[in-house]
Design a protein around this ligand. Structure first.
Ligand code: PRX
Length: 635
């Protein structure tokens, strides 16, 4: 019997219990039965959770792209691997077969090699959601280069910080990208970023928008002529199980982004296994995840997970509101999408429009619908269930993180009964625990606590690029011997998990994980600003929005406040990206601080939420009088 897919609740519990009793055997079987290896492992897992040291499938040799592409060619060569749905509905969709994907990836692999890229080199990918993005990701994996995809909404200085951190040698970008009725000039953003990045030797540019760009002699080249001249075959590099596959940056509680490093075999096994179980993929299904490949959801569930399973995966360039609020639903009917995976913020933004936009579409192809990235509130869950799933397609509310590589807690469709707002049960192989304030494991049900994972799983990140100490301190120190997720959760009477949100200084805005510290750092660089504190507050569509409490320098005191607010947001936009802009800015004369100088964010959060009922213990505050002042002037 294969452990790869759970088909009934009984089987789920059987596998789950077995996966806890004998985790090595459990993963050994899954890895053994479902992939192509050059060489199998000597040992399934070796770990020291105190030291944050984890290795899976030791000494195995593999190439993930052989598993994503080559092994499907005999059976599925003419099957569509990728459907590309352009931003403009009038532009024709592309259907890229597995054979064509092989050609495109191997040609791109040869281009990268010709540019001097070798195994272990880092390649930055800064592209819009076009097929070249997936192709470049796979081409890197093919030759053993480490891809670092940077979301094409980040500003030049955010891009530069990421390129420098991982010392990328080459950048693949485009002249520009379309997003709804806007064009984003990606090449000029890269030009600005590269002024600060000496490590980059070459830039390859995809032509997408035909925008006018400056090509720097000796550094920049158009990609297409190189592809036209490249050979359409390539022998995949033999990778060790623990060789780096990619770096993906996520926000942390200091200004420096964390480059989460994922390695080859464990990530492959984990994304393939979770994709199969959670999306119940069957041979002729058309699967669509609306995330951007610049985030982990796109890595694991647009590119790797689906292709490892020989699936047809949709890449959508556009946005849900363009040309109108029916776009998602129109695309589902057009391509007969069977699994649809999106974010609560998108659901909420569409639910607030006229429901005609969704109700006029048929959507009868849908079998499973999913949600990811932040807690889905009850109202949005029901709207999604009623109008999109038509009460027949189960909602998989999937909880996971950039750090976990793949889905950890989620219903298995047609197996786990769903419950609104609950991510429900851990996948077999995943061992979540809730911890109390004294750092003890809470055994009972109907409890709340900090969510940790107590046994390694193959998809977990192995380190933060260049800073293992930070990795250890961030995830493995608060609860020694366990991985700390940074999330709080409750467990109900039957053992279902509901994620309640972050317990650290990360705020999830429209599904984007934003550390408050980097935003504060950016604001504090504004010449008129002395100090700032950012907190999240509930927002109908975005889930959370950002509220900034800002102290001005004396020199800033006479400035026009509205102009300052605009400038501060422009400053954030150019330092981080428009996603990190503040919804509300309140200028204050001080911030509530403890005697040790730490800002008491708990109080600011309550004020931002408009909840003045109980600020908790304020006796340790150095300046308790400031609380009333801030409260009275709340926006
Ligand atoms: O707080 C949790 C929230 O998103 C965080 C991870 O963000 P990121 O690394 O950007 O990855 C997002 C895509 C996997 C988590 O720590 N989160 C993610 N999924 C859910 C969620 N919160 C509640 N329910 C979810 N289904």
């Amino acid at each position: 019997m294969s452990y790869y897919q759970v088909k009934s609740l009984e089987q789920y519990f059987k596998h789950y219990n077995k996966s806890i009793r004998e985790p090595r055997k459990f993963w050994d079987k899954i890895a053994d039965e479902n992939f192509t290896w050059y060489q199998k492992w000597d040992k399934v897992v070796e770990f020291d959770m105190q030291e944050a040291d984890v290795k899976w499938f030791l000494n195995a040799k593999v190439n993930i792209t052989k598993n994503c592409i080559d092994r499907h060619l005999s059976k599925r060569g003419d099957k569509t691997a990728i459907i590309f749905e352009p931003n403009d509905p009038k532009e024709e969709a592309q259907h890229i077969t597995y054979n064509e994907l092989y050609d495109r990836v191997t040609k791109m692999a040869n281009v990268l090699k010709d540019q001097g890229i070798k195994k272990g080199d880092r390649v930055c990918i800064y592209l819009p959601m076009i097929p070249e993005l997936a192709v470049t990701v796979l081409a890197c994996a093919r030759i053993g280069a480490v891809h670092s995809v940077i979301f094409a909404g980040f500003s030049a200085s955010a891009v530069a910080a990421r390129i420098l951190d991982s010392q990328c040698k080459l950048v693949v970008t485009a002249d520009g990208g379309y997003r709804g009725n806007k064009t984003i000039e990606l090449k000029s953003i890269i030009d600005e970023a590269l002024e600060k990045c000496d490590c980059v030797e070459k830039t390859l540019v995809v032509k997408r928008t035909n925008s006018t760009v400056t090509m720097k002699e000796g550094r920049d080249e158009w990609l297409q002529p190189l592809l036209d001249a490249a050979q359409p075959n390539h022998v995949a590099e033999i990778m060790d199980a623990e060789d780096p596959l990619f770096i993906l940056y996520t926000s942390g509680s200091t200004g420096k982004p964390k480059g989460m490093l994922h390695t080859t075999a464990g990530y492959m096994v984990y994304t393939a296994y979770t994709f199969k179980n959670i999306f119940n993929y069957e041979e002729n299904d058309v699967y669509w995840c609306t995330a951007d490949i610049g985030w982990i959801t796109g890595h694991s569930y647009i590119v790797y997970g689906p292709l490892l399973n020989g699936a047809t995966t949709v890449i959508f360039e556009g946005v849900p509101s363009y040309p109108d609020f029916g776009r998602f639903w129109e695309v589902i009917d057009k391509h007969k999408v069977t699994q649809f995976y999106t974010a609560p913020t998108a659901i909420r933004s569409l639910a607030k429009e006229n429901w005609e936009w969704v109700d006029k579409y048929n959507l009868s192809s849908l079998k499973i619908i999913g949600s990811v990235g932040e807690p889905i509130n009850e109202e949005a869950w029901h709207w999604y269930n009623d109008h999109v799933g038509k009460k027949k397609s189960p909602i998989v509310d999937t909880w996971w993180q950039t750090e976990t590589g793949g889905i950890m807690i989620s219903p298995i469709p047609f197996v786990t009964p769903t419950k609104p707002t609950y991510a429900t049960l851990p996948l077999p192989g995943v061992q979540p625990v809730l911890m109390d304030e004294r750092r003890n494991e809470i055994e009972d049900n109907q409890v709340v606590g900090s969510l940790c994972i107590k046994f390694p799983w193959p998809g977990m990140a192995r380190t933060i690029w260049g800073d293992h100490q930070r990795f250890k301190e961030t995830y493995f120190t608060a609860y020694p011997g366990k991985y700390f997720t940074g999330d709080g959760a409750l467990r109900d009477e039957v053992g279902y998990y509901r994620i309640t949100g972050r317990v650290d200084d990360v705020v999830i805005v429209s599904g984007h994980n934003l550390g408050t510290a980097p935003i504060e750092d950016a604001i504090n660089e504004h010449p008129a600003v002395a100090e700032s504190a950012i907190v999240g507050f509930p927002h109908d569509v975005k889930g959370n929005a950002l509220y900034g409490f800002i102290i001005l320098k004396e020199s800033g005191e006479d400035r026009n406040r509205e102009n300052l607010k605009k400038e501060i947001n422009e400053h954030i936009s150019s330092h981080i990206g428009p996603i990190a802009k503040l919804d509300k800015i309140q200028f204050v004369s001080g911030l509530p601080k403890t005697r040790s100088g730490k800002i008491m964010r708990r109080i600011l959060r309550k004020i931002a939420e408009g909840d003045f009922s109980n600020f908790g213990d304020t006796t340790t505050l150095l300046n308790p009088e400031i609380v009333d002042e801030i409260k009275n002037e709340r926006l």
